[in-house]
Write a protein of this length. Structure first.
Length: 372
């Protein structure tokens, strides 16, 4: 972050020494101005200016400054809620693990994460060893040249990214989701949201992740840990059980490692106890809701994105009655929309994030955060 410089004054003030933690930051040229002004004032008052007096003014002028940079080798503390947007750290208010953190998931790596000594994915969607692009293809050629020469800037990213695409991962945990993306398919997504509310960021948002087909150029994407929506309840019955009070919880299969979830002993329960039935793209589907922890984190993250990338509006596609549009958008409709979309809005082959997803709860929570 850029340091702030103390504002200049039309008349010199006597220099003041501050404790190091509270000193205002003043540039080297401003220090010289303070000392020079003191000498000039002394001469105007016809007082003798000895070399010792001039030196004292220079020293006192230096007391009003702190170094522009931190001490070499001093760690810069983080709060643990930051995401990376075009190289800048942005707070979310929710737990975040970045790709370079211990336990993070790194989509920049050119090899498999969980398969030793293997570079390419098992069932790749492309011949590239990379799982993402550094260019968003919808930008004009002159802007592409600018990006090639100087890289992305935040104002450029704010101009060309205006969609937040929401998926469920159909994997159940973020660890398994990343394994499928990185090691099996050769795909990527900017964020994964685990059942305990932990957000994993795998790429800087300036990168073009491979998650939503034609919407990749304009979008940021998130995969939410949820086993998904189905035409019957068989899979749901395998993944969910009832406790002694008849409350449903996720019963992870034996294939899920105990340390897959970052929060120890976390019991993942759907935010609503009943199976939700609804229609997406003409298909009748059954699904359990996300967890409360996931909604809390998703609201915070979405609000942060709407602030950092303000063309992402806190709204979803609506039908003629103002309700959620539950069918795919035409190419023209998608081109004219900016805000939050489900994967099912982009292609009729998808139904995520499913009928149980509470769009109105998300939008209301995001708008509440943005008013704070």
């Amino acid at each position: 972050m850029n340091s702030r410089r103390a504002s200049s004054s039309t008349s010199p003030r006597p220099p003041t020494c501050f404790p190091s933690a509270t000193r205002p930051r003043v540039s080297a040229s401003s220090q010289q101005d303070v000392a020079t002004a003191g000498v000039v004032a002394a001469r105007r008052s016809q007082l003798p200016v000895t070399p010792l007096a001039a030196l004292a003014l220079l020293v006192l002028g230096g007391c009003a400054t702190t170094p522009r940079f931190g001490r070499p080798g001093e760690p810069l503390p983080r709060a643990g809620d930051e995401i990376v947007v075009c190289g800048q750290l942005v707070h979310t208010g929710a737990p975040v693990v970045l790709w370079f953190d211990p336990g993070g998931y790194d989509a920049y790596r050119a090899e498999c994460r969980f398969i030793p000594n293997q570079d390419k994915p098992t069932r790749p969607v492309s011949d590239s060893v990379l799982r993402y692009d550094t260019f968003r293809r919808h930008v004009p050629e002159d802007v592409r040249e600018q990006i090639r020469e100087h890289g992305w800037t935040l104002p450029l990213l704010q101009e060309y990214v205006d969609l937040f695409v929401i998926h469920y991962d159909a994997c159940g945990t973020s660890r398994r989701c990343f394994e499928v993306l990185q090691d099996l398919r050769g795909l990527s997504v900017h964020f994964m949201l685990d059942v305990d509310g932990t957000i994993y960021q795998t790429l800087d948002l300036k990168e073009r992740a491979w998650h939503a087909g034609t919407a990749n150029d304009r979008s940021v994407g998130i995969e939410i840990a949820n086993i998904g929506a189905y035409s019957d309840t068989k899979t749901l019955e395998e993944w969910y059980a009832l406790d002694c009070c008849c409350r449903p919880y996720i019963r992870f299969p034996a294939s899920v490692r105990p340390d897959s979830i970052r929060t120890p002993d976390f019991v993942a329960r759907p935010a609503r106890p009943e199976i939700v039935c609804g229609e997406i793209n003409g298909r009748q589907l059954y699904q359990y809701d996300l967890t409360e922890a996931q909604y809390r984190s998703l609201i915070k993250l979405t609000a942060a994105l709407c602030r950092a990338l303000p063309r992402i509006r806190p709204d979803y596609p609506r039908d003629e009655n103002g309700a959620l549009r539950t069918t795919v958008l035409t190419p023209e409709e998608l081109a004219g929309f900016s805000g939050l979309v489900g994967h099912f809005h982009i292609t009729d082959q998808k139904v995520d994030p499913g009928p149980a997803f509470q769009w109105d709860r998300l939008i209301a929570g995001v708008r509440r955060e943005l008013r704070r």
